[in-house]
Structure formats: structure tokens, C-alpha cells
Design a protein around this ligand. Structure first.
Ligand SMILES: [Zn+2]
Ligand SMILES: [Zn+2]
Length: 185
């Protein structure tokens, strides 16, 4: 597989469906940005690329599953993905044409659409599939809804074991709590 860039003029006005199944589309940027994320079920994106007068409409679906570390206990959190997206990207302004510059109100996403060195424009559906993926990830993944997290004192995973440490920073109550905990045993 050479370049991910495709000339926009190769797409008819009815658009073309691009199917992305090569895990490299997601695994390469995951590695590049050092994201703690593992593919659990192969990721797949179908993207219909629809050329418009002022830009390109990308319409599609992203599915699969990944593991992210739980924000509370760092254990695997399984994240199922099944997202539909509808994303308009404006054409980048042509530096040769003043008209193009004034008409371009929105900033073009140069990772997805660019001026081709051979003239015209090029699109990168794989870069869009990556962006949609990163937008779909939850900001605070949890291994389970009621994750109890790690004990800040001894580091025990409270989902698996109960430790006798005091909760939080209530240092003054710590001996008392330890005493009551010890009594229970
Ligand atoms: Zn957790
Ligand atoms: Zn503890």
C-alpha cells in the first residue's frame, strides 16, 4: 500500500465507497502518539466520499472494539465502537487564487484534504477514519460502571481485594478506621 492520498477528481459526484479494514490505519497513529489503546476487535470504517462544490462530504460508519485503561484502576476497559459520521471538510484555499482564500471561511483540515502537487485536490479517507476514531473514544473510560479504583495508600485494586487502609486523606481518622477494620477480622 503506497499513499493514502487519493485524487479528488477520481471521485464521481455520486461519490465512492471506501472500505478501510487494514488495522494499520489506526494502529500506526496509536503507536505514533503513544496512546494506551489496544485493538480488541478489528476496526473497520466505510466512508462514502462525496465531492461538493466547496468541499467534500465524508459519510460513513466506524465499528470495532478497543481496550483502554480504566481511569480509576488502569485495568482494561472494553470500548465498543459503532459510530456513524457525517463530516464536511472545506477545500483548502489555493494560495494562487485570491478568490479561493476569501471564500474559504472554515479552516481546511490538511490531514484529510490538501492541494495536490499535480494540481487539483487530494483526500485521505484513512486520516478521516483515524480522526473519527479518536473522537469516538470516551474521555474517562471505566472498566465497569462501579469501579472502586485503587487504594491511594497501598495501591490495592479495590475491585478485587479489600484493604485496611483509610480512605482518602483523612489522616486523623486513619488509626481509628484501622482499629475498626482490624476488629472486624
Ligand atoms: Zn476500573
Ligand atoms: Zn489500601
Amino acid at each position: 500500500m503506497g499513499t493514502d492520498w487519493l485524487p479528488l477528481q477520481s471521485f464521481s459526484p455520486e461519490g465512492r465507497l471506501i472500505v478501510l479494514e487494514n488495522q494499520r490505519v489506526w494502529e500506526a497513529p496509536i503507536a505514533k502518539f503513544g496512546i494506551l489503546c489496544r485493538v480488541a476487535r478489528p476496526l473497520r470504517a466505510t466512508v462514502r466520499v462525496l465531492p461538493q462544490e466547496q468541499g467534500v462530504l465524508f459519510r460513513g460508519r466506524l465499528s470495532g472494539a478497543v481496550f483502554l485503561p480504566c481511569v480509576l484502576c488502569a485495568e482494561d476497559s472494553l470500548v465498543l465502537l459503532d459510530e456513524r459520521f457525517d463530516c464536511f471538510e472545506p477545500l483548502p484555499a489555493d494560495p494562487q487564487s485570491r478568490r479561493g482564500r476569501t471564500r474559504c471561511l472554515e479552516e481546511a483540515d490538511e490531514a484529510v484534504i490538501r492541494l495536490s502537487p499535480h494540481g487539483g485536490y487530494e483526500v485521505n479517507p484513512a486520516a478521516l477514519a483515524w480522526e473519527e476514531f479518536s473522537l469516538a473514544l470516551p474521555p474517562h473510560p471505566l472498566c465497569r460502571e462501579d469501579c472502586k479504583g485503587l487504594c491511594p495508600v497501598c495501591g490495592a485494586n479495590r475491585n478485587r481485594e479489600t484493604c485496611v487502609c483509610a480512605r482518602g486523606d483523612g489522616a486523623t481518622f486513619a488509626p481509628l478506621l484501622r482499629l475498626t477494620a482490624a476488629k472486624k477480622i
